[in-house]
Design a protein around this ligand. Structure first.
Ligand code: AMP
Length: 217
């Protein structure tokens, strides 16, 4: 099963991708995570991407496509994968289709997590991540026991550079201008499923499971 998790930043794509990974034993491919790792390691790609990411803009299609092509070529993607945060532009979607087509593959299911901008701003500005183990928290919905400290490993909690309000609003603008037109693109293919992104994590998981069943792949 080849999935795309689609939706604005902060819709919960990463959370649901992890559920799909555990349930269907397929890898998550998050272009945002790959780019953040590159920034952390100060690789040439990371140096190029850092400023663009911090501004809330999109990294070039060429760079992102090279990342995805290399990742999809790995053997752990043979039985399926879940794309999280990719594609984000029409050229990326077209290139993905061509790339998969070369290997007689296709996307089976696009899950769109629908959620309003103001909910996202609240969600993302409260998001914190452990700098050591990567565990996620939210200052209002899921606060750590001690301020700024991870419950699991006592690591320091940090805020993503692009989770400040001004950058969140810029990312949302970019989403509406460049990414949300992809909904129509996939709707025309007949395999786009809308899910209410404000439902509980568990409810969304249950909905995803019934969608997968209904696709019969
Ligand atoms: P994310 O974690 O998916 O919200 O991605 C964080 C940032 O990485 C985005 O705001 C972009 O700057 C960059 N990025 C991630 N995925 C893509 C993509 N498919 N195309 C272009 N830029 C991307």
């Amino acid at each position: 099963m080849n999935f795309i998790l689609f939706g604005p930043p902060g819709a919960g794509k990463g959370t649901q991708a992890k559920f799909i990974v555990d349930t269907y034993s397929i890898p998550q491919i998050s272009t945002g995570d790959i780019l953040r790792d590159a920034v952390k390691s100060k690789s040439p790609l990371g140096v190029k991407a850092k400023e663009i990411m911090n501004s809330g803009a999109l990294v070039s299609d060429e760079v992102v496509l090279a990342i995805v092509e290399e990742r999809l070529a790995k053997s752990d993607c043979d039985n399926g994968f879940v794309l999280d945060g990719f594609p984000r532009t029409l050229p990326q979607a077209e290139a993905l289709k061509a790339l998969l087509g070369k290997n007689s593959k296709k996307i089976n299911c696009v899950i769109s997590l629908d959620i309003a901008d103001e909910v996202i701003v609240k969600r993302l500005s409260g998001r914190r991540t452990c700098s050591v183990c990567g565990a996620g928290y939210h200052l209002l919905a899921d606060p750590p026991k001690t301020d700024g400290v991870c419950n699991k490993c006592s690591g320091t909690l940090v805020q993503r550079d692009d989770d400040c309000e001004a950058t969140i609003r810029k990312r949302l603008q970019v989403y509406h201008e460049q990414t949300s037109p992809l909904k129509e693109y996939y709707e025309n293919g007949g395999f786009l499923f809308h899910v209410d992104g404000t439902s509980s994590i568990q409810e969304i998981q249950t909905t995803i499971q019934s969608i997968v069943k209904s696709t019969n792949v």
